[in-house]
Write a protein that binds this ligand. Sequence first.
Ligand code: IDC
Length: 353
Amino acid sequence: MKIRGVFAVGLSIILSLGLMGCAGGNTQSSSKASQPETTSSPSQGSSEASSAEPTTPDKGLKVVGTQLCDLNGNPVQLKGISTHGLAWFPQYVNEACVKELKGWGANVFRLAMYTEENGGYCSGGNKEELKGLIRKGVSFATTNDMYVIIDWHVLNEGDPNRHVAEAKEFFAEMSKEYASNPNVLYEICNEPCNGANWNQITAYANEVIPVIRANSPDSVIIVGTPNWSQEVDKAAAKPLSFQNVMYTLHFYAATHKEDLRNRMTQAIDSGLPVFVSEFGICDASGNGAIDEDSANKWVETMNRYKVSYVCWNLSNKAESSALISSGCSKTSGFADSDLSQEGKWLKNVLGAK
Ligand code: IDC
């Protein structure tokens, strides 16, 4: 399958296809403090097997009811790994590393491009360099037969509308470039927060999704939900009107437990397609103590519902959500002793042989 960039006018052959609540008090509210990353030159740096059918990227995806499926309608569960901010830890976007993650059992790679933090796409980052990293990431994922998520990592700005013009420009370019790559999924706003509500997110999505659809009519698009992507109930009450859209739920297992899990399953039971495009097994700050017991409960539920999930984060930053231990400067060829606690846990969950 093509690596990328081919101006896919020929159009996709394939794609015939069709991605917390809180009205008030949300006990699950992430208390994360979104401190901007200050490192501009980064330090160098079993679970239950799914019963979903394995799939290969060139088959494309579609959303059927609440379930991500292949083009024949067979359930597909994506499981994989997210980069840290591409601007801060670019060194892990290398071919050997992506191949290794595939060997761990990952079938999806998420490329997190912060928008407003220091060095973000809309806050002084080098746009061409950042797009170059996206292109490398898509290319490596594609050659390794993996799906890849292009993540517009809204966080600090809270309301995704703040950078809607740049988002439209960015997704127009990306979706044109990858119109014939059915393995590319578009995540248009990582985590709306700071009070941004579902109406505001809907307005944003109604601007950005048509831009993607103009080039890539059938790709799967993942949309963030209010309150750091925890309020899937808000989306369930008033879903968007587009096909092949999934809605984001994010959790950090030491902070978010049964209440948020129930909110996820209730949303799915009520008909909402949910995608866990980011989770960690520590607390919502991305640091602190790890809770494997809670994490395993999440994995059990996600597998039971065949919900796709992507673990945060591929870096060696000194924080518990980093998959590589902070003392390790390798960018591929990781021994188990190079992995953090979360890294070892995840490798086991993904079923690495
Ligand atoms: C965190 C990183 C941390 C970085 C910070 C920037 O782990 O190194 O300094 O962002 O604000 C999210 C976000 C994700 C966060 C993560 C942990 O999507 O960007 O990463 N988190 O706080 N939502 C809930 C937790």
